[in-house]
Design a protein around this ligand. Structure first.
Ligand SMILES: Cc1ncc(COP(=O)(O)O)c(C=O)c1O
Length: 392
């Protein structure tokens, strides 16, 4: 029997990694007198584009906004279909509906949790205009296959890179040499956190120009500058746009988080490697499968339990972890299980078998740069203890 002893202090599932550098940049911003979109947002866009190796970056107040705008820049709307994955957060699909188009779901590759290109091909009709692949958890989708399908059928690709800052496909950072767009999230739990925030990147000048207009109330160029000396009070609204822009307090966090990103990533990688090595030795759970073409960002550590080897299911496993003071989450309850989607599209059990099987097995474990070594070891010991107690 193991000698596992439950710790007193709860290990949260996630914590942001904020230092004096971020705090000082925010207070400097407050003291500067410019708190709306302005110089820091512009600088963050430049620095971010340079980091991922994209020509243009447009900062927004969320990834949801960026995903919406990405489709709008391509004129996608009523009567169109857009293919995406059910294993994602709702906004990937909701933003398709917000354009007036219809989301069409394609099942995942069970090994990676990412959308399966073969399933995409099956869902293409004469109405299909775009694909929104999600780099799930920081894995990357099989991009060569996806872009090959897109070229063949003349489809736009809007990569949902909410989890994929620092992910690489065949050695190349997501966002680098893009043929479509990539949209990142800076929500509090993300690898780079600004509380809420997002970024759309593209190598296409026209897409970037439209993204700026759609995300900035449809205003003509540089209208943000209209209150500065030398700025002009005149502006045009050339589209009925959205109030989606980032502002400088968010960008202040973003600038300093970006400067510390490589250091934070190294810590994530170390934890993920320790988890991978230890969970591979435990008969009853399965560490994530990472294909050769993926450099994982380790935004999420999604452990799968193997119910065929255990007397408890995933939900009970989470209760057992919680009883041992380990915080968890589940990414994701499939979008196709949500009432807004089942009511609208009539989805039923068995429609997306790989996604359903994956969902029944997954638990997101704590993984963040400020985790202490003993906390990482404790999470491993807690998982081992549960598997030992509930092994068939
Ligand atoms: C896969 C995915 N796409 C999009 C989003 C939306 O991101 P945001 O909260 O920045 O709008 C999330 C949020 O976590 C996500 O997980």
């Amino acid at each position: 029997m193991s000698k596992f002893v439950t710790r007193e202090k709860f290990i949260p599932y996630n914590l942001p990694d904020l230092t004096e550098a971020e705090i000082n940049e925010v207070t400097d911003t407050l003291r500067s007198g410019w708190i709306a979109k302005g110089p820091r947002t512009n600088q963050f866009e430049k620095d971010f584009a340079a980091y991922v190796g994209a020509k243009y970056a447009v900062a927004m107040n969320s990834c949801t906004a960026a995903l919406h705008v990405a489709l709008l820049t391509q004129g996608i709307g009523a009567g169109d279909e857009v293919i995406t994955t059910p294993m994602t957060f709702a906004s990937t699909a909701s933003t398709i509906i917000h354009t007036g188009a219809t989301p069409v779901f394609a099942d995942i590759d069970y090994k990676t949790g990412c959308i399966d290109p073969d399933e995409i091909e099956k869902k293409i009709t004469s109405k299909t205009k775009a694909i929104v692949p999600v780099h799930y958890s920081g894995q990357v989708c099989d991009l060569d296959r996806i872009y090959e399908i897109a070229r063949k059928h003349n489809l736009f690709v809007s990569e949902d890179a909410a989890h994929a800052l620092c992910s690489r496909y065949k050695g190349r950072l997501i966002g680098n040499k893009l043929m479509g767009t990539a949209s990142y999230s800076f929500y509090a739990t993300k690898n780079l956190a600004t509380g809420d925030g997002g970024m759309l990147v593209t190598d296409d000048e026209e897409t970037a120009r439209k993204a700026r207009i759609f995300s900035g109330q449809g205003m003509s160029k540089n209208a943000w500058n209209r209150y500065a000396q030398g700025g002009t009070w005149k502006y045009d609204i050339c589209e009925p746009g959205f109030k989606y822009n980032m502002f400088d307090i968010q960008a202040a966090l973003g600038l300093q988080q970006l400067a510390r990103l490589n250091e934070m990533q190294a810590k994530r990688l170390k934890i993920a490697e320790q988890y991978n090595a230890e969970f591979a030795k435990i008969d009853g759970v399965e560490p994530p499968f990472v294909p050769d073409y993926t450099t994982h960002s380790w935004h999420l550590y999604v452990l799968r339990i193997l119910p065929e080897k255990l007397t408890i299911d995933r939900d009970q496993f989470i209760v057992e972890l919680n009883n041992r003071n380990v915080g968890t989450s589940v990414h994701f309850i499939p979008v196709t299980y949500m009432s807004a989607y089942t009511n609208r599209f009539g989805f039923k059990q068995g429609d997306f078998p790989n996604c359903e099987k994956h969902f029944e097995r997954i638990i997101s474990l704590p993984l963040y740069p400020t985790m202490k070594d003993e906390e990482v070891q404790y999470v491993i010991d807690a998982v081992r203890d549960i598997v030992e107690k509930f092994h068939k």
